[in-house]
Design a protein around this ligand. Sequence first.
Ligand SMILES: Cc1ncc(COP(=O)(O)O)c(C=O)c1O
Length: 417
Amino acid sequence: MADSPPIAFPAHGTAPDELLAELGTSRADDLGWREGRAFSLVYNSGDHEHERLLEAVARSYQHDNALNPFAYPSLLRIELELVAMAADLFGAPADAGAITSGGTESIFVAVQTARDQARAERGIAEPRLVTPITAHPAFAKAAHYLDVEHVLVPVGADGRVDLDALAEAVDDRTGLVVASAPNYPYGVIDEVTAVAALAAERGVLCHVDACLGGWLLPWWERLGEPVPPWDLRVPGVTSLSADIHKYGYTFKGASVILYRDRALLKYQHFWYDTWPGGLYASGTTAGTRPAPPIAGAWYAVRHLGADGYLRLAGQVRDATRRFRAGIEAQPRLRITHPPDLSLFEFTADDGSIGAIGDGMAARGWHLDRQQGGLHLMLSPYHLRVSDEFLADLAAAVEEAPAGPRGDEPTPTYGGIA
Ligand SMILES: Cc1ncc(COP(=O)(O)O)c(C=O)c1O
């Protein structure tokens, strides 16, 4: 970038055909998720009919703004029904949730709601947020933005929050306790029943972050996989986030936040009536809200239905089994924490995981690098590339010299342009 000429504001417009031709070529180096070579960022259902439907829905709602849903009766109905359908799936009341733009926004409003509830109902001026160290960075970000103190609790050898340490960390200033279902780094589910019981006993709210697993766990359980209780049916759980743009298989920009009752949701609502422009009311943090992600999520759920989600979950489960078995068969590799779902971290105890990651990158596989190893998260499409992946992994392991390379790149998740 250092030698590129400075970018100036375009003096003249450009014809659409010319720009579309440019669009075609400019994307050559972008993430090739359609070929199954990416393991996060995009959840590839491998279902082209599903993609075609969502693209048509997005086009139809392209220019619409869900800031005022009363201007669009179809959107209002879709949003209310989407919340009700999610509530039905996760054991929540139908009228105590909202659609947000993603996991980070759902988590943000859950922390804000808990902060304001603790202030209003428990008289705590500066409530604290308590999370395991494995909780998603969105909690740290929410705490930072909302000026809430964030207390971190260690996890045990299995990657689940240490319950004794949690019991010590929760005090009379705690406003919210968090459990993940599952956490991103290791794919393990915290002991939600115990965490929520502790929170309830101390009169504290408890949020389950099911952003990642929420739209997969109900079907995982129906497939006969062991799934401990994790949703709003667990006594003491007071809110839950679940991203439809992950295993709900819609395009980006859709998550659901649900509460145990509508009284809690009210803390999330913002009303402002002293503006010359009129009464301003909003249910989430955004003002203008793009309509396509909300509509896309509703059509995704309607297209797949329980039988479609179950079918895709079966493919994710089979892909997970194949990838796990292939990795476990490599004597130099080890899965660091036995996962509860379709994602996990693996490493090489001889320190060569960085070189193995390089070997996979050279073969076109985009594996995320974590502090403790490489990260894999499986989508339905990965079932079709498992043999190719495992053959490449065997070759990358074979050619990687034992021991750390010494100049491993810093593990990164997200970025700033
Ligand atoms: C467990 C968990 N929570 C929250 C998030 C944040 O979601 P988003 O990136 O949609 O803001 C993620 C994202 O991967 C996640 O894995």
